[in-house]
Design a protein around this ligand. Structure first.
Ligand code: SF4
Length: 329
């Protein structure tokens, strides 16, 4: 057993902050010590979440034609990805998806729209209507991801009953300009601040495998800790034909698991959710994501890529002796 990893884990188990230097050390452990890293990440997960894991779903409510140029994204109008495009769907369509997601066992449904932000009052009204309908007719928690928000938009969404806003920082402040040139890291931080001020819970995380370095991963983890976000979704690149990252190789499964573990050490009591790209990057090691420290996962399809069958994921959770968290808590 590597004593240094145990010593750092003891701090996380006491919910004391670990240092950036220690986090970087963990991010660079070799294959002889990686199982110690997983062991302690799992101990930290058990300390804060016991055997309970969460599952959530998303619905693409407006797709494609985005003015932004995020280099990993199939929905940017700058890239010819062939993604299906459609304008904002109506509230009834979103409610139908929420009802199905509830029946499938999701605790929440994230309504996701492409684009810089919510561009007009009509769209904002439609989204607020959908949120109100979900709250009225289901037990599922309405969450959403709508790009850059103003203070006023965040307030309107909160008033309609939105519980949580997803707004990923994607990567470190240093690396962000290499990923997106049409808005800034600061724009994203500002959206999170507006949402927090409106009383929304915050789901904010990252995408890995986009050319970032170990330091970028650590910087992002500490930025999310400083922002005191509630949920940290970790995505792994699924290269999309037509985007600048189309030829990127997937991360090695052990590297992806290591990232999950280090985020668990840095954010010991936060919900760490494995999101897009797990099938491609973790491959046969998908069930290891919980042993590596995650306590939450997305189920079903992603925005423009296909996920595993929901029943396969639930079987995996049962086979591991884990329990799907009491939904709606
Ligand atoms: S990630 Fe969002 S903002 Fe960036 S290109 Fe895709 S849809 Fe647009």
């Amino acid at each position: 057993m590597n004593n240094k990893i145990k010593h750092i884990a003891d701090q996380s188990l006491r919910n004391e902050p670990i240092s950036r230097t220690d986090a970087l050390y963990l991010m660079q452990v070799g294959r002889d010590e990686i199982y110690d890293l997983f062991f302690w990440a799992n101990q930290i997960r058990l300390r804060y979440f016991s055997h309970s894991v969460k599952a959530c779903s998303i619905v693409s409510a407006r797709q494609g034609r985005c003015t932004e140029d995020c280099s990993f994204c199939s929905q940017s109008a700058r890239y010819h990805t062939g993604v299906e495009e459609f304008p904002l769907v109506d509230a009834k369509t979103i409610l139908d998806v929420a009802t199905c997601a509830e029946q499938a066992g999701s605790s929440s449904l994230g309504i996701v729209t492409s684009g810089y932000g919510i561009s007009n009052p009509g769209d904002l009204r439609k989204i607020c209507d959908a949120v109100e309908e979900i709250a009225r007719h289901t037990h599922i928690h309405p969450h959403g991801s709508f790009g850059i928000l103003t203070h006023e938009t965040a307030q309107s969404l909160a008033k309609s009953g939105l519980k949580r806003l997803n707004h990923n920082l994607e990567t470190s402040e240093r690396f962000f300009p290499k990923v997106c040139s049409t808005h800034t890291f600061h724009d994203r931080i500002n959206t999170i601040r507006c949402a927090k001020e409106a009383g929304l819970e915050i789901c904010s995380g990252a995408i890995f495998g986009i050319g970032e370095e170990a330091e970028d991963r650590i910087d992002l983890a500490f930025t999310l800790k400083d922002l005191d976000v509630d949920v940290v979704p970790l995505n792994f690149l699924h290269p999309i034909s037509g985007t600048p990252l189309k030829d990127s190789l997937p991360l090695k499964p052990m590297e992806a698991l290591k990232i999950i573990s280090v985020f668990r050490f840095v954010l010991p009591d936060k919900e760490i959710k494995i999101a897009g790209g797990r099938e491609r990057n973790l491959r046969d090691l998908q069930s290891w994501m919980f042993y590596a420290g995650a306590n939450s996962t997305m189920i079903g399809n992603y925005l423009t890529t296909t996920g595993r069958k929901v029943e396969d994921d639930f079987q995996m959770i049962r086979d591991l002796g884990l329990e799907l968290a009491g939904n709606y808590d």
